[in-house]
Design a protein around this ligand. Structure first.
Ligand code: ZN
Length: 397
């Protein structure tokens, strides 16, 4: 690693320290003459923003910055972004940041062209009306270049966006093939400033994507293969990136693993995300942190169905104890080394809303169709209670 790579699967990807240098040329090749640069407010004064601005200005590319987005971008944020996009007569988008910037940019892209798009392409509607890529109408959405500054969501390689509906306190997942960015720039220099706690939480989000995709019952061996190697990259790099933010090899490894996860989870996600989505919408906790805490409890709930596959994975990871318990203990130890809480109670949640959480988890896109086994609302409520109180039955945490 640590030289420049060009890949074109599933879209074009520039990877390595200095990959950012490809940005201006890609803008020109994609016909992006006046992009709206979407980022979160915390990014405005940071190094990645300074680098990108300088890069675009040097290349004489006109642009404006839109940063009025929350850490879980809402439909209101998207509406403000659409207004900025139209007022500035922008023709394209650049997303700089973590999942929130990516998702907001995708939401703006969709809503700028189709005011009803967020409803029309919400996942439940997509399943009913657009069962294959060819079923989607061509929308001619604005071109989007994605530059992640975190290694976690993988949104830069996804055709989906997760947006919060603040009125109903739920997350809406929209999906359209044209939401896949035209170019992705994975430059580890852009993730250098990510603090250790966020490196940990986002890295555990990427790990959860791979594990849930790997355990999904859908038949998709290509994605399974990506998941297995993605988990190995996280095993190799996450603790190093957490310990030393300037370790460019570790930062690059995590960026690649995170991006790969979006390819892996074409196979679907599972119970961890089904629970984390409503919890994130209601309690405004970091998505990756919620996943990191929930992951072992969902693994235990799925144990019977996944233990053979997990044992195979544990052998690939060369764990000392290559079975389900060995893998679970590896996850628990990794979490501990990253300073992540063991229970939801540790981050201020209680079990009062367990029934609501169960119903919402069941209704989530990541629920029982792709979770390793069918879970009921009552099962989800129980897993949630277990995660609040730290009950990992049958194993020692
Ligand atoms: Zn996630």
């Amino acid at each position: 690693m640590s030289s420049l790579h060009y890949w074109n699967y599933p879209t074009e990807i520039f990877c390595g320290p200095g990959a950012l240098d490809a940005l201006a040329e890609r803008c020109k090749l994609h016909g992006m003459s006046n992009p709206l640069l979407v980022t979160d407010p915390g990014m405005l004064a940071l190094e990645p923003m300074v680098l990108i601005k300088a890069h675009l200005q040097q290349a004489d590319i006109k642009f404006a910055v839109f940063s009025e987005i929350a850490s879980n971008p809402s439909l209101d944020d998207v509406a403000r972004g659409v207004a900025a996009f139209k007022a500035g007569q922008h023709d394209s988008l650049i997303a700089l940041g973590g999942g929130s910037a990516m998702d907001a940019a995708k939401g703006i892209s969709m809503a700028a062209v189709d005011a009803q798009g967020v409803e029309q392409y919400e996942w439940s509607s997509v399943i009913a009306h657009f069962p294959s890529l060819a079923d989607f109408p061509h929308l001619n959405l604005p071109r989007l270049i994605a530059l992640p500054t975190t290694a976690g969501t993988g949104s830069e390689l996804g055709r989906e966006a997760v947006l919060t509906d603040s009125e109903q306190n739920i997350k809406r997942v929209i999906s359209h093939p044209e939401l896949l960015p035209a170019s992705v720039i994975l430059d580890p220099v852009l993730t250098r400033g990510l603090p250790p706690a966020l490196t940990a939480a986002t890295g555990m989000d990427a790990l959860t994507h791979h594990i849930e995709a790997f355990c999904s019952p859908l038949y998709h061996p290509m994605s399974s293969g990506v998941a297995v190697e993605g988990i190995r990259l996280i095993q190799q790099h996450l603790c190093n990136a957490h310990r030393d933010g300037d370790d460019m090899v570790a930062r690059e490894g995590m960026l690649v693993a995170s991006a790969m996860a979006a390819v892996a989870f074409q196979k679907g996600l599972g119970g961890v995300h089904a629970l984390a989505h409503p919890l994130g919408a209601r309690y405004h906790k970091h998505h990756g942190l919620l996943n990191a805490i929930l992951l072992p409890y969902v693994l235990v709930a799925n144990r019977e169905t996944i233990s053979t596959d997990i044992a195979r994975l544990a052998r690939y990871l060369e764990l000392k104890q290559p079975d389900f318990d060995g893998f679970l203990n590896w996850v628990l130890e990794l979490r501990q080394r990253l300073g992540i809480a063991h229970t939801l109670r540790d981050i201020g949640l209680d079990a009062e809303e367990a029934a609501w959480v169960g119903e919402q988890a069941l209704a989530d896109i990541s629920s029982s169709d792709t979770n390793a086994r069918v879970l009921s609302a009552a099962d989800y409520s129980q897993i949630f209670r277990n995660a609040v109180y730290g009950v990992l039955s049958g194993v020692k945490p």
